[in-house]
Design a protein around this ligand. Structure first.
Ligand code: MN3
Length: 205
């Protein structure tokens, strides 16, 4: 069974004015679609065909650059669409809010550290909020389409929130102003979904 492009769970213009419709359309229909197609082409007819994507990412150091780049691209974007929502913004509640306060001191301090990780990731990549093996949260960033599920990551863990800081994610609307994009993006974060991913990560540990 080949990998397939998931539908965007809302309209292209649903995240405006924070993320513009044209960017969303190109990002989902062109960029993400290309990762899916290139991933399928890279594993077609190999022993990796039919494998679970996260299993591939877990030992991606032994696989081709095409699987690393496009497998990461497919996983990262599939998550990215889901952790955003037109009804997003605000702050998390429940267990996730408590854990953020425990690990960072406050929600605002976590946002500050996350924004710094996004701003200082040189070139293309992602900023992440992740759960480690002790159920604690940490912030990290990765280059290109790498992510913390990969055995090549500086720090491994399960991402529950990720921000695409490739220029294709913001350039049409924000041009070179990556920090403005990051600030606006908090308005569309779907904390309900991030909380669900947090609880799932803690249960699986
Ligand atoms: Mn992207």
């Amino acid at each position: 069974m080949a990998f397939s492009l998931p539908n965007l769970p809302y309209a292209f213009n649903a995240l405006e004015p924070h993320v513009d419709a044209r960017t969303m359309e190109i990002h989902h229909d062109k960029h993400h679609a290309a990762y899916v197609n290139n991933l399928n082409a890279a594993i077609a007819g190999t022993e990796h065909e039919g494998k679970d994507l996260e299993d591939l990412l877990a030992h991606v150091s032994k696989l081709s650059p095409a699987v690393r780049n496009n497998g990461g691209g497919h996983w990262n974007h599939s998550m990215f669409w889901e952790i955003m929502s037109p009804n997003g913004g605000g702050a998390p509640d429940g267990d996730l809010a408590s854990k953020i306060n425990k690990n960072f001191g406050s929600f605002e301090e976590m946002q500050k550290q996350f924004a710094a990780a996004a701003a200082t990731r040189f070139g293309s990549g992602w900023a992440w909020l992740c759960v480690d093996g002790n159920d604690d949260l940490f912030i990290t960033s990765t280059p290109n389409q790498d992510n913390p599920l990969m055995d090549v990551a500086d720090k491994q863990g399960r991402p529950i929130l990720g921000l695409d800081v490739w220029e294709h994610a913001y350039y049409l609307h924000y041009q070179n102003r990556r920090p403005d994009y990051v600030s606006a993006w908090w308005n569309v974060v779907n904390w309900e979904e991030v909380g669900r991913r947090y609880r799932s990560a803690v249960r699986t540990n």
